[in-house]
Write a protein that binds this ligand. Sequence first.
Ligand code: TXA
Ligand code: MG
Length: 352
Amino acid sequence: MKTVILKMDENNIDMKLVKVAANFIKNGGIVAFPTETVYGLGANARDVDAINNIFKAKGRPSDNPLIVHVSSVGEVNGIVDEIPNVAKKLMDNFWPGPLTIIMKKKNDIPNETTANLNTVGVRYPSDKVANCFIKECQCPIAAPSANISGKPSPTNGQHVIDDLNGKVDCIITANDSEVGLESTVIDVTVEPPMILRPGGITKEQIEKVIGKVDIDKTINQKPEKNLKPKAPGMKYKHYAPNGQVIIVNGKLENVVEKINQEVEKYLKDGKRVGILATKQTQKYYNYKNVDIILLGDRELPETLASRLFGALRKFDEDNIEIIFAEAVLSSGVGLAVMNRMLKASGFNIIEV
Ligand code: TXA
Ligand code: MG
């Protein structure tokens, strides 16, 4: 399949290009587009054939529901049966933005879109290009992240081209994704509401607005047979580079010491090694033949979030076999960062 690639500028959006992309959707096609979290792969949420093509292009398991994206709060009425009061508060405070709200779906949202669930996740992205594109499509856009299933989600246009060129009708490339991790997913059909996937909007921020919420306890735990995550997608191996990620957790000076010991061991074995360093620790890693990527500042987990997936993809490009990561504090956006790192590592964590 020939993929049309449209390069856009978020500060000067060319409506002619937006129309080209929207026409693919109107004609039953699938289009990748930027959002503030990660790039998405979109189709008309009510077009069953197009939805099936998304699953094919990604190699996505069919029991994993898609998030439906809108370009205004008003559109939600056409997608869900009823908007609970807590959802209204969440929309008022966090939309447009990186928050997906799960509600009871209307019958005309096909089962293919929601993987046979009677609920649907809805999100209103803040990204300007996303907003323009969805508006022009004149329909809700079902979109998973625009990566091959299992790979780290794409945070820039090149990542999408690497994964999906030749497999989709059109790819819109524009700015890098600002948040860099997928949206927070919250289920408001249960009482109290439950966070199923941590992301850019934190538990702390949400509780300030709607009071106590639960968090799916399985998300940062090694998967067990009888303990299934509530968001189907959270049970899959995810975000994984080709190399083995190993997380080291403990007091920071011990973490650095352990990583240095391990790196030397693997180098002796002739392995290609990478380190995800932070501002606080970078100076303690001194190697010429190790891929050292500076993620960001441990005190500002948003900086770690925005670079994590790009770093994992860079290690793949460099054929890195073993990747060391420092555990981060599981509060604020740190919870989401730690969640993606744990999944990328297959829960491979050394305690020191
Ligand atoms: O930031 C994002 O959410 C990005 C951008 C493109 O918007 N999208 C994204 O979609 O991450 P995806 O398909 O990669 O992840 C959606 C997650 C999956 O874990 C899925 O199982 C869960 O949300 N999910 C979707 N609908 C659900 C529902 N009705 N009930 C429970 N979990 C749901
Ligand atoms: Mg995904």
